[in-house]
Every structure is written in structure tokens, then in C-alpha cells.
Design a protein around this ligand. Structure first.
Ligand code: NAI
Length: 701
């Protein structure tokens, strides 16, 4: 809706009203159109101000309407009507003007922005382009290079940057609506022809063609084509081009995946557990002071992330040398982050200690000590004795049993996993692992803290590897099997990188260090040296590949030791090693194509995802997709593994898994899991219906 009032005698004030972000829904568009007509028809009104309620101008189009039949008046003619008005129209931008919101503001004759507002055209991040005149007006207003940059990256700019670029006419520290009303009074009666952005000439820029060529290589082609239309065609024809390009994008799989993922990130915030705890019935407790125990790789990053979120942090490390190094490293990270943001590092929010006692008054503790159950058990017993009885005790373990750690404490309902990803200060993902006894308040508190730290928190049940690493294990395993059968690390990585992963599985393993997994497999009794014959490739009755273990026995730990799956200097060692290994085990190498690499690695991971859903480790497919895109480099434009399965078709995923299982009966995980089979049998419902389909005893399957 949009409310119309008259203020200061002669200013028509139109206020967008559609919480939370005043999105341009059908009702809002209708309301604005009617209010503009009223203002123009009102003899007393000399100028108009458009603003949004609750200190926020407009977050953009209502994405929920995408893909549905259009209802209500379209946005483009409404913006045209505003621009064509014979009375000055001023946009009062507070909070944010994004996407359609900025396009609406660009249709106004003047733009006044509050100093804290942010402006941008983020459509490209949803696989779309700004198609309410954004690609046509912005280049005319601020020139092609700057417009191209904003449109093709989707980056937001601050009010100060917007002023410098020429997007807004004035920035104020005061109430932007009041300032805009005064401004509107001051421009009453002034000519408007050079204030209508669509009638401006696109400012000339040198060497436009090479700019477009370069941008085409780097960025989304459709946005570039649309902006090129602004630079070369009259406005009306540019608008036609924009519309046609948008129509082709709307139907693309990439746009559907990006829009799905946009909502998936929000869906994970509405968490629930099989025990009945829910986001809307559980109250988080305030966390002001947090303690971090163990200042290695992870502890340092977690300390930085907590401090940046405005918490007081007590950082504890028992090794004197590590403590000194950590202190320096944390200060360096905070300084670099501050430089990037153009601020000064906040002093005094971190205190360091070599005594656990220092954590005594913390509201919440996150331990990041060695991945060793005995070390962690002892620590949890100590923490339980030292800390406040109501303190939340969290572990950053990547694989150990959270319930077992909880059982070491006096208050197991206050124990949780907070599984960060390296580098913890930068990665957006946080798995909040609840145990069998974790209280709803504890889960809500950790979920909220993750959000405060700028992370997407996903609630995950306690099982080996939680959700992310449990699926990763199957994916890695298939990659090893493919090498045994004739593939090369380069070939497997190429297939995955062409699919969209930033790094293939072997390059990623080299980067994170092969010894980490080796240590875990040794502790589990899986990695055993000296085995020969058929037993070398079987564990617990299933196919097992010792390739990763053998590499470590050759001191190849990845990038840290200069060599892993790749040599960081030319050396044919690995290929010779694989040939000898295959010969030793009587494995006949065959040619493996990219399709098999993708299907084996990705479908087995997806199959484990369905098993995780069936085991109720997460509440819905969005949780898994958020984890994989934000924590494991799954390409965002493919929506996440579960969305990808939905796009490929569940029947095909199940058929291909079945096919590979028949070829490799000794790999049980290749067999389509029960849930996947039941979903296929029930006609492969679309992804948004899976949650309902899974829901326990009421399952419709
Ligand atoms: P790290 O070896 O770099 O650091 C561990 C630190 O804990 C060392 O500085 C050590 O001196 C200290 N420490 C050990 N016992 C202690 C005690 N009782 N009190 C205080 N400090 C103690 O290990 P990293 O890589 O930081 O891993 C820590 C935890 O985070 C592990 O549980 C690991 O599984 C988990 N994790 C690691 C990830 C990674 O990529 N490195 C990713 C996600 C989780």
C-alpha cells in the first residue's frame, strides 16, 4: 500500500507501506500510482515526496511475485508516470533503495539520501537484470563505466558513494523525509526537462567498445547487452531490449536456482528440531561476553568474528608461544578488515589469557582445541566446573560426538556444536549442532549469535560429520574410486570446475591438507598401512580406497608440504604411482568421461543428503543447500545439491545411482536411499513439497 498525505501546505507525501522492506508488491504499485495521480490532480500540491515507512525507502520488487502471473499495475509505466509528472517529485531515501526501489527513485526528479542508506541494483545476484528502466536510466545518469559496474556486480554503494557517483543529489544526517520536504518546497515551479533521466544523453566515455568487450568476458552477458542498448539506442528502444533480455533470463535455470537460493537462506532461519523446538517459540538469550578456548587456526578466526560482531571476547590459549602468535595474528586480521571497511579497529574488546579461569564469567564458550576426544572431554569437564552454571558450552569440533561431550558436563542441555568453517572470520556458514539434550533456548541462542556474526546459521542434528562433512565423505570417496578406475585428479577436477565449483575435489583437498583426514581415518581404524591383496581395498565389508592414506605415507600432505594430489612443480610421480597402484590391485584403467565423474561424485553426495533428510538431521532441503553453497563451494547458480537434484529430476538421479550401484555393488551408498526412492514413487514432487513429504508419521509417501 501507499499512504498519501499533504504536508507543509503544498507537498504531497507518498509513503510506501509494506513491511519489512516496503517491497513493490501489486498493492504497493497500485497505491503509488493512485497517490501520484491524486497529488498531480490536487491544486494545492506543488511538489511531491516519495518515501518508505519505518526508515526504509524500498527493498525492491516483491520477489514472491516472480514466476507467477502478473497482477496489478506493472512497475515500468508507473515509473514513467512519475518521471513525466509536471510537478517535481523527490525521493527521500532512508535505509535502502535496492533493485526496483532504486529504479523507482531514478524515475523521480531528485533524490535525497540519508547518510546511512545503501543503494544498489542487486538483480544480477538473482540471475536477473534491473528491468524497470534500471539498465537504461543509470548509465544516462552516472555514465556507462560506473553503471556497468553496479549493474553487473550487484554491489551496494553507501550514500556518500552514491553522491559522488551522481546517483543522489544530496546526503543528509538528519531525517531524510523532512529534508526532502524542504527541498521539494525549494524546487517548486523549477523546470523539469533536464531532471528526467530517461531524456538525458548517455555521457560519452572513451573506448566504450573495449569496455563492453572486457565486461562481456567478465560478467553476465545480458546486463552488458542491456547497458550497451542504453549507450547506443534511444530510450524507448533500449527499454524494449531490456524487456526482451529480462524475458529470456526469467526462464533460465540459473535465475531459478539463484532465486531459490535467496529464499533458502531465509528458510534456514525458520529452524525446527525433531524434538519440537522451533525458531518462533524459542527465545535466544543475550550473549555479551564470549570465551574462545584454543587459539589455533579456527580459534583465531572465531575470536575475530566475535569481536567484529561487537562482543567482548576472552581468548584462552594454554601454549605461551601460540598465545603470543595468536594475539599478533588476531590484531593483524582486525586491522586488515578495518582497512577494507574504511573504519578503525575497535580496541579493548578482546582480553587474552593462558588460564581457563578467565572464561568464568562468559555467557557462552566456544572451544577450538585439538580434534581429540580425550582433550575435549577433559576440557568440557573443566569448563563445567569453572564457568557460570548458565553458560552455554559450545564445541567447534568437525566430527566428534556432541552428546558425548555434553555428558561430561553438569548441564548437558547447555552444550551445543558451533561448527565454523575456515577461515572462520570470513566464511558465511555456521552449522549449529544440537544434541539430544540441547535446550531450545540454547539452540536459539547459538542460531542468533551466528546471525549477529553475519553468518547463515543452519540447525543440524548430531551425527558423524553433521550434515556437510557427512555428505563430503561420500563425494571424496567416489573421487578416489574414480582414480582407481582410471581417472586422473586433473580430469576429475576439470569436470567439477566446469560444473561450477571454484576448486575441484583434489585441488581443495591439497589446499586444506591431506593429513587432517588421514589422522581422522587412523583414529577410526580405517587407515592401516602395509595391507596387501584384496583386503587393502575393503573395510567393514565395503569398498575402501587407501589412496589418500598412501599419499600421506609418501609425505604428500598437499600444498603445505609442496605436493599432494598435484606437484607444485612438474613431476610425473603421481601418474606413475596410480599406474603402479592399479597394476598391484589388478584394476584395469578405463576412460572415464566428465558425465560419469559428475554423476558419481555429485549424485552420491545428493543421495547422502536425502539420507540426512530422512534421518531428520536437518529440517529441509534448504538447510543442506545453504550448507553446501556457503560452506563447500557448491556453485550458487546451481542452487545447492538438493535443488540440483530437483532440476535434474529425481527419477534420473535415482536411475543413475542404481546403474552405478549395479556396477559397484561393494559401494552401498550408491544405492538410492529410501527417501529418494519413495519420492520418485510418489511422482517426484517439486522441492518445496519435500518437507511435507518427509514429515514423519504424517508422510504422504
Ligand atoms: P589447531 O591445532 O590449529 O589449534 C588448536 C589450538 O588449541 C592450539 O593452539 C592448542 O595449543 C590449543 N589447545 C589445545 N588444548 C588446549 C586446552 N586444553 N586449552 C586451551 N588451548 C588448547 O586446530 P584447528 O585447526 O584450529 O582446529 C580446532 C578445532 O576446530 C578442532 O576441533 C577442529 O576439528 C575444528 N575445525 C577445524 C577446521 C579447520 O579447517 N582447521 C574447520 C572446522 C572445525
Amino acid at each position: 500500500m501507499a499512504q498519501y498525505t499533504r504536508v507543509s501546505g503544498s507537498v504531497g507525501l507518498i509513503t510506501l507501506q509494506n513491511p519489512p522492506v516496503n517491497a513493490l508488491s501489486a498493492a504497493v504499485r497500485l497505491g503509488i500510482g493512485e497517490a501520484v495521480q491524486r497529488a498531480l490532480g490536487d491544486q494545492e500540491v506543488q511538489s511531491v515526496v516519495i518515501c518508505g515507512q519505518n526508515g526504509l525507502f524500498c527493498g525492491g520488487a516483491d520477489i514472491r511475485e516472480f514466476g507467477k502471473e502478473m497482477t496489478g499495475p506493472p512497475l515500468v509505466p508507473m515509473i514513467h508516470a512519475i518521471e513525466a509528472a509536471t510537478k517535481p517529485v523527490v525521493a527521500a531515501i532512508e535505509g535502502s533503495a535496492l533493485g526496483g526501489g532504486l529504479e523507482l527513485a531514478l524515475g523521480c526528479h531528485y533524490r535525497i539520501s540519508h547518510c546511512k542508506a545503501r543503494l544498489g541494483l542487486p538483480e544480477v545476484t538473482l540471475g536477473l537484470l534491473p528491468a524497470a528502466g534500471g539498465t537504461q536510466r543509470l548509465p544516462r545518469l552516472i555514465g556507462v563505466p560506473a553503471a556497468l559496474n553496479l549493474i553487473t556486480t550487484g554491489h551496494h554503494v553507501t550514500a556518500a558513494e552514491a553522491l559522488q557517483l551522481g546517483i543522489v543529489d544530496q546526503v543528509t544526517e538528519h531525517n531524510a523525509v523532512d529534508v526532502a520536504v524542504k527541498f521539494a518546497l525549494s524546487v517548486t515551479g523549477k523546470p523539469l526537462h533536464d531532471r528526467r533521466v530517461s531524456s538525458l544523453e548517455c555521457p560519452a566515455a572513451p573506448d566504450l567498445d573495449s569496455l563492453f568487450e572486457e565486461a562481456m568476458l567478465k560478467v553476465r552477458v545480458a546486463c552488458v547487452q542491456a547497458v550497451r542498448a542504453a549507450a547506443t539506442l534511444p530510450y524507448a528502444r533500449g527499454m524494449e531490449r531490456e524487456k526482451a533480455l529480462m524475458a529470456t533470463l526469467f526462464g533460465s535455470g540459473q535465475a531459478r536456482a539463484l532465486q531459490y537460493f535467496f529464499f533458502a537462506q531465509r528458510a534456514v532461519g525458520r529452524w525446527s528440531t525433531p524434538g519440537g523446538a522451533r525458531w518462533d517459540t524459542s527465545q535466544p538469550r543475550p550473549v555479551r561476553t564470549a570465551a574462545v578456548i584454543g587459539l589455533g587456526t579456527m580459534g583465531r578466526g572465531i575470536t575475530v568474528a566475535l569481536a567484529q560482531a561487537g562482543l567482548s571476547v576472552v581468548a584462552v590459549e594454554t601454549q605461551a608461544k601460540q598465545l603470543t602468535e595468536a594475539r599478533k595474528a588476531v590484531a593483524g586480521m582486525l586491522k586488515r578488515a578495518a582497512v577494507r571497511r574504511g573504519t578503525t579497529p575497535e580496541p579493548g574488546s578482546i582480553t587474552y589469557s593462558d588460564q581457563l579461569q578467565a572464561a568464568a564469567r562468559a555467557d557462552l564458550v566456544i572451544e577450538a582445541v585439538f580434534e581429540d576426544m580425550e582433550v575435549k572431554e577433559t576440557l568440557f569437564r573443566q569448563l563445567s566446573a569453572v564457568c557460570r552454571p548458565d553458560a552455554l558450552l559450545c564445541t567447534n569440533t568437525s566430527s566428534l560426538d556432541v552428546d558425548h561431550l555434553a555428558s561430561q558436563t553438569r548441564h548437558p542441555h547447555l552444550v551445543l556444536g558451533m561448527h565454523f568453517f575456515a577461515p572462520a572470520q570470513a566464511m558465511k556458514l555456521l552449522e549449529v549442532v544440537y544434541g539430544a539434550r540441547s535446550s531450545p533456548t540454547a539452540v536459539a541462542t547459538a542460531m542468533q549469535l551466528g546471525k549477529t556474526m553475519g553468518k547463515v546459521s543452519v540447525a543440524v542434528g548430531n551425527c558423524r560429520g553433521f550434515a556437510g562433512n557427512r555428505m563430503l565423505k561420500r563425494y571424496l570417496e567416489q573421487a578416489f574410486f574414480l582414480l582407481e578406475e582410471g581417472a586422473t585428479p586433473e580430469g576429475v577436477d576439470r569436470a567439477l570446475e566446469e560444473f561450477g565449483f571454484a576448486m575441484g575435489v583434489f585441488r581443495m583437498s591439497d589446499l586444506s591438507g591431506l593429513d587432517v583426514g588421514w589422522r581422522v581415518r587412523k583414529a577410526e581404524g580405517l587407515a592401516q598401512s602395509g595391507l596387501t591383496g584384496p583386503s587393502a581395498r575393503v573395510r567393514q565389508g565395503r569398498r575402501y580406497s587407501p589412496l589418500g592414506d598412501l599419499l600421506c605415507e609418501h609425505q604428500r600432505f598437499g600444498q603445505k608440504s609442496g605436493r599432494g594430489w598435484y606437484q607444485y612443480e612438474p613431476d610425473p610421480w603421481l601418474h606413475r604411482f596410480l599406474e603402479e597402484y592399479r597394476a598391484r590391485h589388478g584394476l584395469l584403467p578405463r576412460r572415464i568421461d566428465q558425465q560419469e565423474v559428475l554423476e558419481r561424485c555429485l549424485f552420491v553426495l545428493i543421495n547422502e543428503g536425502f539420507q540426512i533428510l530422512e534421518d531428520r538431521i536437518v529440517a529441509g532441503p534448504e538447510d543442506i543447500d545453504a550448507i553446501y553453497v556457503l560452506g563447500y563451494g557448491w556453485p550458487r547458480h546451481r542452487g545447492g545439491p538438493m535443488f540440483y537434484a530437483h532440476m535434474v529430476g529425481l527419477e534420473r538421479v535415482a536411475q543413475r545411482l542404481e546403474h552405478y550401484h549395479q556396477a559397484h555393488p561393494e559401494v552401498p551408498y550408491l544405492q538410492p536411499c529410501g527417501l529418494l526412492r519413495r519420492l520418485v514413487a510418489s511422482g517426484s514432487p517439486p522441492i518445496h513439497r519435500w518437507r511435507r513429504a518427509i514429515a514423519g508419521p504424517h508422510s504422504q509417501l
